[in-house]
Design a protein around this ligand. Sequence first.
Ligand code: C2O
Length: 580
Amino acid sequence: MILAMQTFYGRLVLPLLALWFTVQFVSAKHTVITRRYKFNVQMTNVTRLCTTKALLTVNGQYPGPPIVAREGDRVVVNVTNNVQNNVSIHWHGIRQLRSGWADGPAYVTQCPIQTGQSYVYKFIIKRQRGTLWWHAHISWLRASLHGPIIIYPKKNASYPFPRPHQEVPIVFGEWGNADTETVINQALQSGAQANVSDAYTMNGLPGLMYNCSANDTFRLKVIPGKTYLLRLVNAALNSDLFFGIANHTLTVVEADAVYVKPFQTNIILITPGQTTNVLFTAMSQPPNATFLILAGPFATGTAAFDNSTSAGVLEYVANGTPVNTSSLPMMKPTLPAPNDTCFRSQFSQKMRSLGNPNFPAASAPQKVDKQFLFTVGLGLNPCPQGQTCQGPNNTKFAASINNISFIQPTTALLQAYYFNQSNGVYNTTFPDNPPFPFNYTGTPPNNTRTLNDTRVELLPFNTTVQLVLQDTSIVTFESHPLHLHGFNFFIVGQGMGNYNASTDPANFNLVDPPERNTVGVPSGGWAALRFLADNPGVWFMHCHLEPHTSWGLKMAWVVLNGNGGRSQSLLPPPKDLPPC
Ligand code: C2O
């Protein structure tokens, strides 16, 4: 399996294997294997759509190199910052049990790594296998600083599905001809929406449907009759995506590194932050057509969006030679319309945790200690005196949770918490419920001013939490992919309109709810989550649409240590933790 990765990504794997053998050699029963990586953040010129840009990359690669490990392994990544920007890296979906210092969001768990400095991220992958991903977690640097995390099952453990012939990561991203830092800085300055991207990409390649892009097309080589596992990652900055392959049915088997009950579909939907593993089988005979692989936007708000499509090609190889289909008809999968919310709700209903005797699922908390209702949505801030703003009616776009638009502190929350220096950094008054209830999905009230502050929610160790996320119609409905650091949650319910605390819980799925780290809160609706606060530390939660995060749709949970000593406590900070 690991060797199959080598054909795809090349040179990283050999040192890894060497290391693996060394460690195996001395391995007793409980030896933890360590996977070591060196990430050099550097500027690299990349050309797409006939535009050359200096991109921030890891080791010169765009998208970045994969982290490959097994469940139970320890991962050590030495990140060195060789660029002018401050940098931090997040290991999206990794639970980071007690190792919050390695989580990565800038000014939440660490101060960023400054130019010329290094930081070594160390964590153990526990009870997770499948696909996750890593990305920069400061400003919009994740536009080009991202890559997959591939977690194989433990040695000698199998998949809950037939072993595929080959495994291929496909990382979706966005390419903008403009510099993304300039784009977001201008938007924050003017109060306007950020300019949208020029193309979607698969593994960094926009593909056939854009001008000046035919040579930058993702090609997936397949052998007739063989089955493939695609490890899909949505690393796009600002778009949920539909994905499909013409004339080939996909079987969804895993999402956010948790196995799901397999189901078949022609199209999948994936929000920024989510990962999905799908199987498909190549036709038994070389085809009489060219089959396209497409990824295109799902967008429900009134905001402008990049309404273009990334196209790759499924390339059949028969008897060792590629079948030339270029003169044959081109078949495209039919992606839903960009605003197809029906598809969204039907698709999300199909996601169920696997939970069979050989692959038991973790169970959702059956009873809850603490309940929260959080509104998530857009808002408007007044224009500063003496300035003109380009949001609606001379305002600035904002976004909030329970009307609090999160202000990024200048020191890391986790340090402030650990060293008892929260004064002037954050306060613990985050509202458990909307500060003023209104008809969240009706005509919005006039006074929609948000409060700008740095507030957190405090949770005692092992609290069982029910969190309902409610979209609002302020400015516009929109689907918000909410991501929680440090935990997986169970999506026990979702619906349209306003959440009803007396009638909706009766319909919750506590039997086989999907367990994920990112949920697409329905546009004009709500999602109910449950999780066990068993991981002490400070954990970020935010919308994974980057403009919304920049506008303040984010907050943090502080989970206290338990009384059980070291095993229920956050570990001390590492010596090389970057200073602010
Ligand atoms: Cu994928 Cu806080 O991020």
